[in-house]
Design a protein around this ligand. Structure first.
Ligand SMILES: [Mn+2]
Length: 317
């Protein structure tokens, strides 16, 4: 039997009991959109640890999606984990019966999963789209909106898109009969929140600039919005940006790189995954966008991350 049919059977039987679609923390449009589309076909709750990010919230508001923040996984019989490669991104819950649908380069959730679907698409939304086609389940307008939002945000507004991304996107738009501009309006790239914009500007004004093998690597610290700030610093001209934040001794780093570096073989997701393990924390992500979480001092961890990346730039590129 094809894995999509196995998944369908699993969902049919899981949804007769208590089923949770679980997104990663700080859930984005890709995670929420993917969960939403499956939930439209099978019953269950959608949940995410800690919080939902800005575009995720906008999507929830537009599609009237209720997401349970910090769900107690013990209250569910079955869990479908979407868009997540690492149990730390779920705050390490006790998972019994679970399935994973994900597109990240590395995965620490494979072992123990009843079904593990990991395909190297540019978004989980595209995997969901393929699954629906496999089930011959037509896409509604709302489904398409959710999936297209996932594709656009996960590809950094199509900056990291491949030819297959555009192909999938075109099929999603026409299958759901939706206006691309409408989706763009919903997930506008401009950060609207004034506090967020001033934090991003602060990260630029306080950054340290390093030149390594002809590459410009910048580091900065913020209270929050590290993802948005790291992307913004790359847009400003950095080849690599590391932005860290410290939350009661737990340090989180957001790392972003220019497309050119990743096409030369740099894979931030893999580098952060192994660095995370080395530091007793966790890390992972995509080739050009990754994160790291570990206990310690934010300046020290930024320094360690910088050194690790410098090594890759000097020896591996
Ligand atoms: Mn994703």
């Amino acid at each position: 039997m094809h894995v999509y049919d196995i998944l369908k059977h699993w969902l049919e039987s899981a949804s007769r009991k208590r089923l949770l679609y679980l997104c990663h923390k700080n859930a984005d449009a890709d995670a929420i959109g993917s969960a939403f589309v499956l939930r439209n076909r099978f019953k269950g709750d959608i949940g995410a640890p800690e919080c939902i990010n800005r575009v995720g919230k906008t999507l929830c508001k537009n599609l009237e999606i209720d997401v349970i923040i910090d769900p107690d996984v013990r209250e569910y019989d079955h869990i479908l984990v979407v868009d997540t490669s690492n149990p730390a991104q779920l705050n390490n819950p006790p998972l019994k019966s679970y399935v994973v649908i994900d597109h990240h380069a590395t995965s620490e959730l494979r072992r123990g999963a009843e079904i593990f679907i990991n395909q190297r698409e540019t978004s989980t939304a595209e995997i969901i789209f393929k699954i629906l086609r496999g089930w011959r389940s037509p896409l509604t307008q709302k489904d398409a909106l959710a999936l297209v939002a996932g594709v656009i945000t996960d590809t950094g507004h199509l900056k990291h898109a491949t030819s297959r991304t555009f192909y999938n996107l075109g099929r999603m738009l026409s299958a759901g009969r939706i206006d691309y501009r409408k989706v763009l309006g919903i997930i506008s790239s401009t950060p609207d929140d004034p506090e967020m914009r001033s934090e991003i500007l602060r990260s630029a004004s306080q950054m340290h600039i390093h030149r390594i093998m002809g590459f410009t690597v910048v580091c900065s610290k913020l209270r929050e919005y590290t993802d948005a700030a790291a992307s913004a610093l790359v847009s400003l001209g950095a080849d690599l940006a590391i932005v860290g934040t410290d939350d009661d001794g737990v340090v989180r780093l957001s790392i972003r790189s220019r497309r050119e570096l990743t096409s030369n073989g740099l894979n931030l997701g893999e580098i952060m995954s192994s660095l995370g393990r080395e530091l007793g924390g966790s890390g992972g992500g995509h080739t050009a966008a990754a994160g790291l979480e570990a206990e310690g001092d934010v300046d020290e961890l930024i320094e360690i991350c910088l050194k690790t990346l410098a090594e890759h730039l000097t020896t591996k590129l």
